[in-house]
Design a protein around this ligand. Structure first.
Ligand code: NAP
Length: 253
């Protein structure tokens, strides 16, 4: 039976991936700082990957290691987390390192998080380990959370949603990314594989309207990822469309 160790298992993608791996008959070991509930074929370990030696005794020879742990708001964190995972996977003799990344990184280097993701990809590529890297666009779940955070109560007016001006995204459901990731994890290492995106490109006013935001205000918000996304930079030129549209996904919420 394939043993698959998933870092970042409590995150958006991790939570979608675990049941797919379990249903595929893999022995799944889920890692994050907060452990979740165990289930048949699924064990959890509470691990802070930033601590030296955090993975000692967790990884075994022949494991598939799916590395999803991320800290988007802490500059340098993804590089440090990935370095730890690469070193531990190599030392344990893991058979396959699977890394999740972001479509269009080359065009998005104005934002520290995307610079970190690119540096982390290079660590994986230079590790000497058999690996697979899957890049996707932003998840519907992440865009939805952004809209929630950008919605403010205005006394006498009601909720107002601030939107990053000049930004178009082509988001996909995390579940669709998890399906591809599950399949790739259980196959032979494939290096960098085809990027995934959602079925349609939408600008922020369109994304906001579909989620019921009535009052919106587009502004050049001074946030690094919003600046990086401007001018279509986040919309991949060549990626495979998968999963539900934003409207279909929204209807199911
Ligand atoms: N979100 C998107 O739109 C998107 C799009 C494309 C690619 N991706 C990539 O997909 C991957 C997963 O993203 P996500 O959205 O699922 O992330 P997420 O929801 O933010 O989850 C992050 C995960 O990392 C864990 N983590 C963070 N710091 C840790 C540490 N020091 N030690 C151990 N675990 C730690 C968190 O668990 P604890 O807090 O419990 O430790 C959590 O499980 C990332 O590589 C991301 O770059 C995301």
């Amino acid at each position: 039976m394939t043993r698959v160790v998933v870092t970042g298992a409590s995150g958006t993608l991790g939570r979608a991936l675990l049941p797919l791996l379990q249903a595929s008959g893999a022995e799944v070991v889920a890692l994050s700082r907060r452990a979740g509930p165990a289930a048949p074929g699924l064990t959890w370990a509470a691990v802070d990957l930033i601590q030296p030696g955090a993975l000692a005794g967790v990884l075994r020879t022949g494991d598939v290691v799916v590395h999803l742990a991320t800290q988007p708001l802490k500059a340098g964190a993804d590089v440090a987390l990935t370095r730890q995972v690469v070193q531990a996977a190599r030392a344990a003799g893991a058979a396959h390192l699977v890394y999740m990344s972001i479509a269009g990184l080359e065009r998005l280097q104005g934002a520290p998080y995307y610079r970190d993701k690119w540096a982390a990809e290079r660590l994986v590529d230079g590790s000497g380990m058999p690996y697979t890297i899957l890049r996707t666009t932003q998840f519907h779940e992440f865009v939805d959370e952004l809209l929630r955070r950008l919605t403010l109560p205005v006394p006498g007016l009601g909720p107002l949603t601030l939107l990053p001006a000049g930004v178009t995204l082509r988001p996909l459901a995390a579940g669709a990314a998890a399906e591809r990731l599950c399949a790739l994890s259980l196959k032979a290492p494939a290096g960098r594989v085809a990027d995934l995106c959602g079925p349609e490109a939408l600008n922020f006013p369109e994304l906001a309207r579909a989620r019921g935001r009535r009052r919106v205000l587009s502004l050049p918000l001074p946030v690094p990822i919003f600046r990086a996304w401007r001018g279509g930079a986040a919309v991949p030129t060549a990626a495979q469309p998968v999963g539900r549209t934003w409207a279909q996904w929204s209807a199911g919420r």
